[in-house]
Design a protein around this ligand. Structure first.
Ligand SMILES: CC(C)(COP(=O)(O)OP(=O)(O)OC[C@H]1O[C@@H](n2cnc3c(N)ncnc32)[C@H](O)[C@@H]1OP(=O)(O)O)[C@@H](O)C(=O)NCCC(=O)NCCS
Length: 226
């Protein structure tokens, strides 16, 4: 059996390896902004998500980070504001002035994704205190070995400890959304997703929001959690 450790993310220390996991998880839907822009673009996306989140975990195996779950569980307003400011006043202008050296295709795709993902925000049922899985991925070489489940266990345990009743996640048909019903999440929102029209022309994609009732969520399955 593979030895693994689940531990809290240390952003400065884990950024490079977390970025690699992010690329491995989402290259098929983000490849223009990964292959035709400076790597700083996706690194900054990971940083912003980790800054908005206050309960983020990594899975380590074979001495490196191979899984990430960047999550928020009632993040303090100050933290939320700092992450959002970085997105609006840092990332936004850098992308606008093309500091990431995106190709024309990458720029179009980024714009399409930002607009196309907006239903995930405005169709999101309001819930406070807010608990959200923001980014969730396991490196492709390590999938199907229970690491995703252990990361989710660790995150939901924190949500439970904070007395929050429900956690939500946005996903879509081009991602590995089936993890969520397998884990115990229920689908609460479905909508047509237009984020991938450039990279998947003519293909119909659907966006989903899933929620889990913490009282019925599985308790941690064990494994080494630090
Ligand atoms: C989703 C993801 C993080 C799951 O990680 P993982 O380590 O492979 O998941 P696990 O091995 O812990 O699987 C847990 C359960 O989910 C199920 N599952 C995981 N991925 C699945 C898939 N693609 N289709 C169907 N079921 C899946 C497993 O069968 C398993 O069920 P079981 O425990 O009842 O046997 C991983 O597939 C991934 O990184 N995908 C790419 C990025 C992505 O799509 N992220 C999620 C969407 S936002």
């Amino acid at each position: 059996m593979m030895e693994s450790i689940i531990r809290p993310l240390k952003l400065d220390h884990d950024l490079d390896e977390s970025h690699q996991v992010f690329v491995s998880g989402f290259h098929h839907v983000f490849y223009p902004i990964m292959d035709e822009a400076k790597p700083a673009l996706c690194r900054d996306m990971v940083k912003i998500c980790a800054r908005i989140g206050n309960r983020s975990f990594v899975a380590e195996a074979e001495g490196r980070v191979v899984g990430i779950l960047l999550g928020a569980a009632a993040p303090p307003w100050k933290k939320l504001r700092a992450g959002l400011s970085e997105a609006v006043f840092g990332f936004g202008p850098r992308a606008f002035w093309n500091r990431y050296q995106m190709s024309a295709f990458a720029k179009k795709h980024l714009r399409r994704v930002l607009i196309g993902y907006s239903p995930h925000v405005y169709k999101h049922p309001p819930s406070w205190p807010w608990a959200e899985i923001i980014v969730f991925a396991v490196h492709r070489d390590f999938r199907g070995r229970g690491l995703g489940r252990k990361l989710m266990d660790a995150f939901l345990d924190e949500v439970r400890k904070k007395g929050i009743k429900k956690a939500t996640v946005s996903t879509d048909t081009e991602l590995d959304w089936k993890f969520y019903p397998a884990y115990g999440f229920k689908r609460i929102v479905t909508f047509p997703l237009k984020a991938y029209t450039l990279i998947l022309p003519g293909k119909y994609a659907e966006g989903y929001i899933y929620a889990i009732d913490i009282s019925t969520a599985p308790k941690p399955t064990g494994g080494q959690i630090l």
